[in-house]
Design a protein around this ligand. Structure first.
Ligand SMILES: Nc1ncnc2c1ncn2[C@@H]1O[C@H](COP(=O)(O)OP(=O)(O)OP(=O)(O)O)[C@@H](O)[C@H]1O
Length: 151
């Protein structure tokens, strides 16, 4: 039987374990798992949107994760690799925990200039621990009163 190393792809129960184990480092996470826990990246699971990503809440049995889909097709391979590299290094109590990454190319059937084609669609996703108290900017700009509730 093939030996699974620390870089091997995680399963749902391993992701649950990583959430509990603060020492666990980020791992390659399959698109199918991220799709499953966000109910197919459903609109209901959407928790935020930034300049380059749409963020979904992923539901696990004991705890939640935030799944960031870098939807912008102009996020290049090199930039994505750099982001993953930086996130892997950034380990600090004040920095949200990075749990996993997914870079996958899928063929999507569509019509292009009247022709039926299979287009390569690049999926770039990042998985973090879920922080339930919303975005820090709401507290900074005073849209939520009482900074003491944040910490
Ligand atoms: N780990 C998380 N837990 C809970 N909510 C999150 C998490 N990460 C992001 N969000 C939500 O999603 C929103 C968008 O995330 P974020 O600003 O990180 O996206 P981005 O596109 O990477 O940002 P940028 O605009 O800097 O490129 C945040 O404002 C927040 O509401």
């Amino acid at each position: 039987m093939a030996k699974r190393d620390s870089q091997s792809i995680v399963t749902r129960s391993e992701l649950e374990g990583m959430l509990r184990d603060e020492t666990a480092g980020p791992k390659a996470t399959p698109l199918s798992l991220l799709a499953e826990i966000t109910y197919g990246f459903s609109h209901k699971q959407k928790i935020g949107q930034g300049g380059s990503a749409v963020v979904y809440q992923g539901i696990l049995q004991k705890g939640n994760v935030a799944v960031k889909s870098l939807s912008n097709p102009y996020v290049h391979e090199k930039e994505f690799k750099r982001e993953v590299e930086c996130l892997m290094i950034a380990k600090h109590k004040n920095v949200v925990r990075f749990l996993g990454y997914c870079a996958d190319t899928q063929g999507r059937a569509e019509k292009y200039e009247g022709e039926f084609v299979i287009a390569d669609v690049q999926q770039k996703l990042l998985c973090f621990e879920y922080l339930p108290k919303g975005s820090l900017d709401k507290y900074i700009t005073g849209r939520i009163i009482g900074m003491q509730n944040f910490f």
